[in-house]
Write a protein that binds this ligand. Structure first.
Ligand code: 8X3
Length: 249
């Protein structure tokens, strides 16, 4: 992994941040993408490795393509892409949910992930090697009440991952997705628009995964021999059986 160029979207918090740390500790060179420049700079200061910051919103198609086209030659050969950026907005039935929330999820989790993938692919295709890991979710495997559009966005990530693996099959590029269940990050605070109390309830009475748990599974997907492609990895807290059954005490 030493000196490999690894690009992480949504690097400024949660799973993205934890993943950046784990790769930095192994000497990877990191392209850290996020919306918040100050947060990215703060992260960069904590990492003892060569970093390049790209500040854009994955929903902004032109900004995404411009960011990757503008990379200096020394940063162009991205070997691993971690498509981590994405969020949940709201937890409401279709009939009362906000259309703005829907757009934020579809534009970011689905279209944004597709833009970044397409923008990064040319250098992997030229090298005839590379790896793309998409952050799916348990919500991309099971639909739960009030999650119709968030789940739709993650089902789309799952389908896109499968399609991408088919399309890139002759090119030596590994494609996989990781699907976490409950992870205690800013996820629920974003979903509930800053309502910390409501967010805290999501993790009450159950030991949720940490961002570091997911990051170490991503590290595993990247660290296996090149002949091995971890295609699909569901990771749950021990006390979560599926989207509905969680043992809380
Ligand atoms: C996060 C997992 O199950 O809360 O994507 O939707 S879940």
């Amino acid at each position: 992994m030493k000196n490999q160029i690894i690009c992480i979207t949504g690097a400024s918090s949660g799973i993205g941040w934890a993943t950046a740390k784990i790769f930095a500790n192994q000497g990877a060179r990191l392209i850290l993408c996020g919306r918040r420049k100050e947060k990215l700079e703060k992260l960069e200061q904590q990492l003892q490795t060569d970093c390049h910051l790209l500040c854009f919103d994955v929903r902004d198609r032109n900004a995404v393509f411009a960011a990757f086209e503008g990379l200096a030659d020394s940063w162009k050969k991205i070997e691993v892409l971690i498509n981590n950026a994405g969020n949940a907005h709201g937890l409401d039935p279709v009939q009362t949910a906000s259309v703005d929330d829907w757009e934020a999820m579809i534009d970011g989790n689905v279209k944004g992930l597709m833009y970044v993938t397409k923008a990064v692919l040319p250098s992997m295709i030229a090298a005839q090697k590379g790896q793309i890991i998409n952050l799916g979710s348990l919500a991309g495997k099971e639909v739960y009440p009030n999650g119709s559009v968030y789940c739709s966005s993650k089902f789309a990530v799952d389908a896109f991952t499968q399609g991408l693996r088919i399309d890139l099959n002759t090119l030596g590029i590994r494609v996989g997705a990781i699907h976490p269940g409950l992870v205690e990050t800013e996820f629920s605070q974003v979903r509930f628009k800053g309502d910390k109390e409501r967010a805290a309830k999501v993790y009450q009475g159950i030991e949720a995964l940490t961002a570091e748990d997911v990051a170490s599974a991503i590290n595993y997907m990247v660290s296996v021999p090149e002949r091995v492609a971890i295609a699909d990895l569901v990771i749950l807290p021990t006390r979560q059986a599926n989207a509905y059954i969680q043992h809380r005490t």
